[in-house]
Write a protein that binds this ligand. Structure first.
Ligand code: NAD
Length: 367
């Protein structure tokens, strides 16, 4: 079977995980083009991939030109979040499969448009929520699917990280309403996605208090969010970029009538609690999942995410994190922003909101 021909659009901080994923899936894909208007960055990535695979991809500054000149099946988008929707739609309209970094867009309308047009064109839309592929998270999901928790009661997503001003200054789009959002949208979205996935995937109501306490950015650096799910379960989010002096943990806890699981570590990678009324063969494997932290908080889930995405393109079945799935975490966060702005709980299904709707709403904390 011919390899799928990928183009990577955006060669910044996260692009190394896309390069590594390309190198990890050599039978199924070839990353033929790396693209960035800052061509030194694209050149660097080309060299990195060449070092790993022996083959150097072409470098382009303009992804539209690359689409005109090269045969591309799939576009992976890793630009500033504010550009995701426009670039994804341009690629979808040219009949390309699209794998987009999180958050897939910064407004519910854009995300819905991406999903609609991908469906109409018959192309595969995937979103990079790679933590769904962490081994402990996969085990947790199996336990949920097997009904081992009984009636679900609650779950908690705690993202206790530190992002200092040099992190924001290094890429000034971060923390802006037009290009990013705050810590909920940038850092916490992965764990919010896991929380919603674990608690049934159908949010009903969202209520939030957010604030900007310590960082000189437009958007929030702390957010507390309550999510009521349609099955009754309640999700609680505690997300911060302000933990002194460095990243502490990213933890997902799920509690039900007959089960309790806590997956912690630096990035939801270590089983800390695994208690169930009934034993299952998988429990023996769980001890092995209390392993080491990844070398950075991004982990190595992109490799498995790419493998799953390629399977989806080949079979026409949805990837694990399709557009329809990827939108949920983003939409919960936009509901949280709307709730912060209005002071009221928000009906998830009715959310029609964008990060830019937060412009001029002061989230700065004043004692
Ligand atoms: N999945 C994860 O764990 C994870 C981790 C970090 C970042 N991200 C997401 O990845 C995206 C990029 O984040 P980053 O930290 O790498 O940002 P970054 O600022 O380091 O890199 C973005 C790059 O995109 C390039 N770019 C902008 N417009 C372009 C265009 N039209 N064509 C090609 N390239 C273009 C920029 O020049 C820049 O080099 C963001 O959406 C972020 O939320 C995901």
């Amino acid at each position: 079977m011919e390899k799928l021909r990928f183009m990577l659009i955006g060669c910044g901080r996260i692009s190394k995980n896309h390069i590594a994923a390309a190198a990890a899936n050599p039978e199924a894909m070839e990353l033929c083009v790396v693209c960035d208007p800052v061509t030194e960055r694209a050149e660097q990535k080309a060299a990195q991939l060449e070092g790993l695979t022996g083959k150097r991809p072409l470098v382009y500054a303009d992804y539209q030109k690359a689409l005109d000149e090269q045969e591309i099946d799939c576009c992976a988008i890793a630009t500033e979040s504010g550009y995701h929707a426009a670039i994804a739609l341009a690629c979808i309209r040219r009949g390309k499969h699209v794998l987009v970094e999180k958050p897939m867009a910064l407004s519910t309308r854009d995300a819905e448009q991406m999903i609609l047009e991908a469906r109409e064109k018959g192309v595969t839309l995937g979103v990079c929520h790679q933590n769904r592929f962490n081994d402990p998270v996969q085990q947790l999901h199996r336990a949920l699917e097997d009904g081992r928790f009984g009636k679900l009661v609650n779950g908690t997503a705690r993202i206790l990280w530190n992002r200092t001003m040099p992190y924001y200054e290094q890429a000034p789009w971060r923390g802006t309403w037009a290009q990013d959002g705050g810590t909920l949208m940038n850092q916490c979205i992965h764990n919010i996605d896991l929380l919603q996935w674990s608690l049934g995937g159908e949010p009903d109501t969202v209520f939030a208090m957010t604030g900007n306490f310590l960082r000189d950015i437009e958007a929030e650096d702390f957010g507390a969010v309550l999510i009521r799910f349609k099955n009754g379960a309640i999700g609680i989010v505690e997300g911060t970029a302000c933990v002194y002096p460095k990243n502490l943990e990213e933890t997902l806890s799920i509690f039900g009538e007959t089960g309790a699981a806590v997956i912690g570590g630096l990035a939801v990678n270590r089983v800390e609690t695994w208690n169930f009324a009934s034993e299952a063969p998988q429990d023996k494997e769980v001890e092995a999942l209390s392993g080491k932290d990844p070398h950075d908080v991004y982990g190595s889930g992109h490799n498995a995410l790419y493998a799953d995405y390629i399977r989806a393109v080949r079979t026409g079945e949805p990837p694990l994190v399709s557009g329809e799935e990827g939108v949920k975490g983003m939409k919960i966060i936009l509901a949280a922003y709307q709730s912060q702005k209005t002071g009221l709980p928000v009906q998830y299904d009715a959310v029609d909101f964008a990060t830019t709707d937060m412009e001029n709403s002061d989230v700065r904390y004043q004692a």
